[in-house]
Write a protein that binds this ligand. Structure first.
Ligand code: GLY
Length: 433
């Protein structure tokens, strides 16, 4: 294998260190002194105060590899490239270099160091957005990219795609430019209008090569200028590994192969590829969160972890596999990643205890929920489980909706998901308030 994941990490860091960047520490997933954020979700999240000028960075040029968790795409996990936990390769300029250098660094790294076939590269640039009337299209980045790519491979997009941040409701943010790898027609939907915005998987974002952090977003959504221009760049290690190893998904990279192997000893991958990927991703995320001292619970970041853990346990249950397999995969995560993340090995006993205690409480929820669901099904006069019943089962007993649907389906019934989603949204709005 030409580029093992570790080579990608090392080559990335060496490239930026050679170009004057100081390697900074990879920090805990628990944000420090940041009540606006539950879990570190990007390389820049622990560095926000440098962008606002509230703290002085140890160097104006920095780089690192930061553990991150994002659950916004949790329902897409299982496709070739979405994950809840990932390692972010990051480089930053705090009031030092700007667009020209950020783009040049990006280009040199992918072309000269990683030797990616640049005929497959297209880039996106902020093209303006009605929702941000004061911010014009980033034609400066467009012009810079023309030094490397023909015009038709530089795509101007709106704020949804090319305005990044803040990491929570408030904070630094700005227009960004992204490097996209074209995986070819065979990996896409084949539609004539398929492009980098299409979700089909053909166009894979591999590097947000520059968020040009120029603004601070306030609670009311208004923007004010930051005291200096900064660059925040981030790339998911797993996606880079996927492209550089020439495989079809992040789960076929050396970052996941040993985890997937443990699962395929017990589960048929031909029938359950998506489920295996979900379990592998969720176990890996859980182990990293546990190693940083998060324990599963009912609120805030504890709930994020519980949700991820129980989703993996749920799929093991649906596939009729012993939940012990969660721990078997965890041990492989600890073995494979401890070299770079010693907190995993240090926390092994704690991680094991919490996992088994969560398995016990999940099983209790399951048997209570199964009894209640059985009662609902028996007393039902139609083939539909009402959204209210399903919501109550999930909300009060913690019995997951996916499992309700699965069991209902096995009995030839459906669940009124529309009403369920309505109630869920209503509850979300309430808790947001
Ligand atoms: N901080 C840039 C990104 O996460 O894409």
């Amino acid at each position: 294998m030409k580029f093992k994941a570790n080579d990608v990490r090392e080559d990335f860091l060496n490239f930026f260190k050679k170009n004057g960047h100081m390697e900074i520490e990879n920090l805990s997933l628990i944000p420090q002194n940041d009540p606006t954020l539950l879990i570190i979700n990007s390389g820049m999240a622990p560095l926000k105060d440098y962008f606002t000028g509230e703290s002085i960075p140890p160097s104006k040029r920095m780089c690192n590899i930061q553990k991150c968790v994002r659950t916004i795409d949790i329902n897409s996990v299982g496709d070739p490239h979405h994950l809840t936990f990932f390692e972010m390769l990051g480089n930053w300029s705090i009031g030092d270099y700007s667009k020209k250098e950020a783009i040049e660094f990006g280009w040199r790294l992918i072309k000269d160091v990683f030797q990616i076939d640049t005929s497959k590269i297209i880039v996106t640039v902020f093209g303006g957005d009605k929702s941000l009337p004061g911010i014009s299209a980033d034609m400066e980045s467009f012009e810079i990219w023309l030094n490397y790519l023909p015009k038709d491979r530089i795509i101007l997009l709106d704020a949804d795609s090319n305005f990044w941040g803040p990491t929570s409701d408030t904070g630094p943010c700005g227009p960004c430019t992204e490097i996209i790898f074209d995986r070819g027609i065979k990996n896409g939907c084949g539609k004539v209008d398929c492009g980098p915005e299409c979700e089909c998987g053909r166009f894979l974002e591999i590097w947000n090569v520059g968020v040009f952090m120029q603004y601070f977003m306030h609670e009311d959504g208004s923007l004010t200028k930051l005291p200096m221009n900064c660059v925040d760049a981030g790339a998911g290690l797993e996606r880079f590994a996927m492209i550089l190893q020439g495989v079809e998904s992040v789960y076929e990279t050396d970052l996941f192969i040993p985890l997937i192997e443990v699962l395929t000893n017990k589960i048929d991958i031909n029938k359950n590829k998506r489920e295996i990927r979900i379990i592998a991703d969720h176990v890996r995320a859980s182990v990293f969160m546990l190693a940083d001292g998060i324990i599963p619970g009912k609120t805030k970041r504890e709930y994020v972890l519980r949700r991820i853990m129980r989703r993996a346990l749920l799929y093991l249950t649906i596939l009729e596999v012993d939940c012990q397999l969660f721990w078997d995969v965890s041990q492989v995560v600890i073995r494979e990643y401890s070299c770079r993340y010693p907190e995993l090995k240090d926390g092994e006993d704690f991680i094991k205890n919490v996992i088994f205690s969560e398995i016990t409480s999940f099983n209790k929820v399951l048997s209570k929920g199964l009894r209640e669901l059985d009662r609902i099904i028996k007393s039902s006069t139609s083939a539909v489980i009402s959204g209210d019943d399903a919501f109550k089962l999930q909300d009060t007993l913690g019995f997951p909706i996916d499992l309700i649907c699965e069991i209902a389906g096995n009995k030839g019934m459906t669940v009124d998901k529309e009403r369920f989603n309505f109630l869920l949204e209503e509850q979300r709005q309430r808790s947001r308030k």
